[in-house]
Write a protein that binds this ligand. Structure first.
Ligand code: GLY
Length: 400
């Protein structure tokens, strides 16, 4: 007979308050939180009558959608049939045409200024639908229900929304967008139980990134805690996932509240620090033939995989510049391996070509390369104009 002790208790729900200058909102993290959303929705959205529901078409569990629909109905929100949009966007169709589909649905369902968009899905969908919410009638409120680890710990918090732009054959990531904070975020870790392993692990890269900078944002222990709990995280233990997501959201919230629009000139405190690993990562992520293993069918890299490799490059760069002692890259490499993330990229073009791509990253102003580099345990800073040969040697560190 099953004793009471065999049934793991539902982990306690955590609420992180994001007090951004433009809007304050709660991020609710827990196991099964989508079932109890009616009251938080009512509180967060006074005056709302209708909702558009934008769902990732990859969510095959009808029950997940039904649970959310039930919460919306209990909160007194009508979801008109023509305001339900199901999309499975990739980076390639994260564009204005896809945003327009959502905008058409909102207009057809006659959503008004007080109404709301609910997004159930990953970061790409959240970026597009959040952007549609930011644009419709010059901005209506939106709720994010992230269903991937990556979107829980990163995209759903902080209000960056937008789409890519294809200019003369080159994809410019997030080139069109708006800062538009959600009114509520509900991260239900139960949605992670069915996530494909590769997608789940890609999200861990952003958590490892947060651990590398959290010392300046109130959680100096995050990196060590993550390393020590990779086993329980990998087996998707609900209580560990709640702790992981809540701590990462809290760090991201502190960063964002201090510099909502990424305008800070402080090299050691602004939102730009969240780009750690991203300038290297972006330069290799859109290359169609770069793979995380010797198997070329695994190309291209997932965003999180590119970030993991970018973290290694940034750490090697910091070692070469003597900003940190040798050995950090080895330790990071071990952590990434334990997290099931790549430490080598297969099919990389020459480093000079990657360097050129980095120079054109939208974070690098006026042709001057800007990198975020680790300078100590849990501490990073912005470094402008690092020497080209050092950057190229850092790229070589991930070459298979
Ligand atoms: N993902 C980086 C940021 O939200 O600023």
């Amino acid at each position: 007979m099953e004793s009471q002790h065999d049934i793991p208790p539902t982990p306690a729900e955590r609420i992180i308050e994001v007090r951004a200058p433009s809007r304050s909102y709660d991020v609710i993290v827990g196991a099964g939180v989508h079932s109890n959303l009616a009251e938080p929705i009512r509180r967060a959205l006074p005056g709302a009558r209708k909702a558009a529901l934008v769902v990732d078409a990859g969510i095959t569990a009808e029950s997940m959608i039904d649970v959310l629909m039930g919460a919306l109905a209990s909160a007194g929100l009508e979801v008109p049939e023509n305001a339900r949009v199901s999309l499975r966007p990739s980076e390639a169709d994260k564009n204005l045409a896809t945003a327009q589909r959502i905008l058409h649905a909102m207009a057809a369902a006659k959503l008004e200024r007080n109404d709301v968009v609910i997004v159930l899905g990953g970061g790409v969908l959240g970026d597009i639908a959040g952007f549609a919410a930011a644009s419709y009638r010059r901005g209506i409120r939106w709720i994010s229900c992230p269903t991937t680890l990556l979107s829980m710990v990163d995209a759903s918090v902080g209000g960056k929304t937008g789409v890519n732009l294809l200019v003369e054959g080159a994809l410019h990531k997030n080139m069109v967008g708006a800062f538009h904070q959600p009114s509520l975020v509900a991260a239900d870790v139960n949605t992670l139980s069915t996530l494909p392993d590769r997608v789940f692990r890609a999200g861990l890269a952003e958590c490892i990134k947060h651990g590398m900078l959290a010392g300046a944002f109130g959680d100096a222990e995050l990196g060590r805690w993550t390393k020590a709990n990779l086993g329980a995280i990998g087996s998707r233990d609900p209580a560990t996932l709640v702790e992981l997501v809540a701590r990462n959201v809290a760090v991201k919230a502190r960063v964002v509240v201090g510099d909502e629009r990424e305008e800070s000139a402080d090299a050691a405190a602004g939102r730009a620090l969240l780009n750690l690993g991203h300038t290297f990562g972006h330069a290799i992520e859109t290359l169609p033939k770069v793979s995380p293993t010797a198997d070329p069918t695994l190309a291209p890299l997932q965003h999180g995989e590119a970030v993991a490799l970018g973290l290694l490059c940034a750490t090697r760069c910091a070692e070469l510049m003597k900003l940190i002692g040798d050995g950090h890259r080895e330790l990071l490499s071990l952590t990434l391996k334990n997290a099931g993330l790549p430490t080598r990229a297969y099919g990389l073009p020459p480093s000079a070509e990657i360097y050129e791509r980095m120079l054109h990253d939208k974070k690098s102003a006026g042709g001057v390369l800007r990198l975020v580099l680790p300078v100590g345990e849990g501490v990073c800073r912005i470094v402008d104009a690092p020497a080209k040969d050092i950057v190229m040697r850092a790229i070589d560190a991930i070459r298979a």
